[in-house]
Design a protein around this ligand. Structure first.
Ligand SMILES: [Zn+2]
Length: 299
């Protein structure tokens, strides 16, 4: 069943700003064949992660509509089956939405999450092909406008599903919210988009927004898809925190999306609002930093 994350009007940003649409993330659990999301409570945490991005991304994305001789065939990694690719023929995407297929399966090794944008095959008119850029200019060089993609979580990991992600209590296990925003960050292009790769230079990220936040070129992990391990930033210009888009997370800790993580999205091409809507103001329990020594990677 699909569920639409709430749309947020951007009038709260004040005068002088162009009216823009929030980018909604629609989760589809149709390929969660192992029933990782077997309770509404678990889906609620994922949808909270989606709502965070809806509250910050303001791109106006046009629809992709298959019809007649125009066929958009979306493909993505099956979240429920290792090594399997799903193709959905004549796929449609509504304006201002990203469709995210979510599920779980046993993931080998220390990886507990996988996320990335989907691909596609297509046939049809040139105008139809032009719609795949969703109304965005320079997709591939300086912008990114996927139809959505897939995120997968390890069914063998010990997960913590917080019923209220706005505050952090003491917990053990892997914080699902943290890993969800991390994988959605990959789906949105961090470490995956061509417009990200175009800003990777000799092990550093040279995007102007990220450089402004970090104070220079940002060191990357060896895979060039994450900030370097241990990179710090601020959450809403306040609390210091290990970045969300680093290569790993410590059990018993929560990571919110930091200013550097958001700057990465800006550099990939997203229109990122400078301030969250009030409902998305988060507190971070700094006293929890350093808890848990068992590290697991989340790619
Ligand atoms: Zn990752």
């Amino acid at each position: 069943m699909n569920k639409v994350i709430k749309l947020l009007a951007m009038g709260v940003l004040g005068t002088g700003m162009q009216q823009a649409q929030a980018t909604s993330i629609v989760f589809d659990y149709g390929y969660d064949s192992n029933s990782f999301f077997d309770t509404q409570a678990k889906k609620d945490v994922l949808e909270a992660a989606g709502s965070f991005f809806s509250s910050r991304l303001n791109d106006s994305l046009s629809a992709i509509d298959s019809a007649g001789n125009n066929h958009f065939n979306a493909n993505f990694s099956n979240p429920g089956v290792t090594g399997s690719t799903v193709t959905i023929n004549d796929f449609n995407v509504a304006a201002n939405t990203l469709t995210v297929f979510a599920g779980g399966r046993a993931i080998a090794g220390s990886t507990i999450g996988i996320g990335g944008p989907g691909g596609y095959g297509a046939s049809g008119s040139q105008a139809f092909f032009d719609s795949f850029d969703r109304g965005q200019a320079d997709v591939g060089t300086t912008d990114f406008a996927p139809w959505g993609g897939a995120i997968t979580f390890d069914t063998g990991a010990l997960w913590y599903f917080d019923s209220d992600v706005s505050t952090v209590e003491s917990f053990s296990g892997n914080d699902f919210y943290s890993v969800a925003i991390h994988e959605l960050g990959h789906l949105l292009g961090i470490g995956t988009a061509d417009s990200w790769d175009n800003l990777v230079s000799s092990g550093s990220f040279i995007g102007s927004a990220s450089n402004a936040v970090y104070g220079g070129d940002v060191p990357l992990h060896l895979d060039d898809s994450h900030w370097a391990d241990g990179t710090m930033s601020l959450v809403d210009a306040q609390d210091a925190q290990d970045v969300a888009m680093g290569p790993s997370i410590t059990t018993g800790t929560r990571k919110y999306f930091t200013d550097l993580d958001l700057a990465g999205l800006t550099d990939v091409g997203w229109e990122v609002s400078a301030v969250p809507v009030p409902a998305a103001v988060y507190f971070f329990g700094s006293a929890l930093l350093g808890l848990g020594a068992f590290r697991k990677k989340s790619k």
